[in-house]
Design a protein around this ligand. Structure first.
Ligand code: COA
Length: 261
């Protein structure tokens, strides 16, 4: 496994954990960390052993406290475009990743940190976590997709309220808004995230990837094209050994053993 300056990676069977590992800077995303995350997700994509990724932050204080403000401070407008583009490419890579990615939000997920968590497919948060888009307090706007993903996830009105206040909200409020799917006690977060990931890892991987594709790609299409996409992906599932195994196992009243073929 590659070694990284700003990430830590650990493998637990079919589940790979990626830690953003700059705890003394509350895991803030500098340019180098964004680049390493690109590499880590490329490696996880082609790693046959990995079926699910859990993304989290090192230390007990932060998931990611945002893009690195010390780097943002000196950006010219054209450098800012490159920086935001680098972040967008990463968020898009995660959103369109063909294996499920769970964000385990272990503390502050602010600015780019919440944007990173929102690019993941699923989110579980420690009940002590705080999330928000505080960019307005720095005189900027969210630049890694936050203005768009937050509005699509919780609705335009609630998203505007959060972005224009700039204040973080607690995990329970985030759960009530549907921004996180599950809550866990801070001490149980790691175990709960791994248990969830292991359950996902037992599903038929091709069907899982087709659900991710149908929902993510379909959201950017008109209804007719999106439904055509679903038809085609459904048909592709029916070409798999896993489809035969899943349906046969149901009829034989036994647990299916999916092989990813
Ligand atoms: N970029 C760069 N450095 C950051 C950072 C960020 N987004 N968030 C935290 N840090 C650094 C701090 O500068 C500090 O570094 P130092 O020890 O060298 O001074 C270290 O991480 C610890 O942070 P600190 O602010 O001392 O912790 P705290 O517990 O008092 O406050 C937060 C925690 C999250 C409330 C506070 O760090 C914060 O507001 N961070 C910025 C959040 C933000 O605006 N994010 C959006 C960025 S676009």
């Amino acid at each position: 496994m590659s070694s990284y300056e700003n990430l830590k990676i650990s493998q637990h069977g079919a589940v790979q954990r990626i830690f953003v590992n700059r705890p003394d800077k509350l895991n803030a995303l500098n340019h180098a960390t964004l680049t390493e995350l690109h590499h880590a997700f490329d490696a996880a994509a082609s790693d046959a052993e990995t079926r699910v990724v859990v993304l989290t932050g090192s230390g007990d204080k932060a998931f990611v406290a945002g893009a690195d403000i010390s780097e943002i401070q000196s950006l010219s407008p054209s450098q800012a475009q490159d920086f935001a583009g680098h972040g967008h490419a990463l968020m898009n890579k995660i959103q369109h990743f063909h294996k499920p990615v769970i964000a385990a939000i272990n503390g502050f997920a602010l600015g780019g940190g919440l944007e990173l968590a929102m690019a993941c497919h699923l989110r579980i948060a420690a009940d002590t976590a705080k999330v928000g888009l505080p960019e307005i307090k720095l005189g900027i706007i969210p630049g890694f997709g936050g203005t768009q993903r937050l509005a699509r996830y919780i609705g335009r009105s609630a998203a505007l309220n959060l972005m224009l206040a700039g204040d973080p909200i607690g995990a329970e409020r985030a759960y009530a808004l549907g921004l996180v799917h599950r809550l866990a006690g801070a001490d149980e977060l790691e175990t709960e995230a791994l248990n969830w990931a292991e359950k996902l890892a037992q599903l038929a991987p091709i069907a899982v990837s087709h659900i991710l594709q149908a929902v993510n790609q379909g959201a950017d299409l008109n209804m007719e094209a999106a439904l055509n996409l679903e038809v085609n992906l459904f048909a592709l599932c029916c070409a798999t050994e896993d489809m035969k195994e899943g349906t046969t196992a149901f009829l034989e009243k036994r647990k299916a053993e999916f092989k990813g073929r």
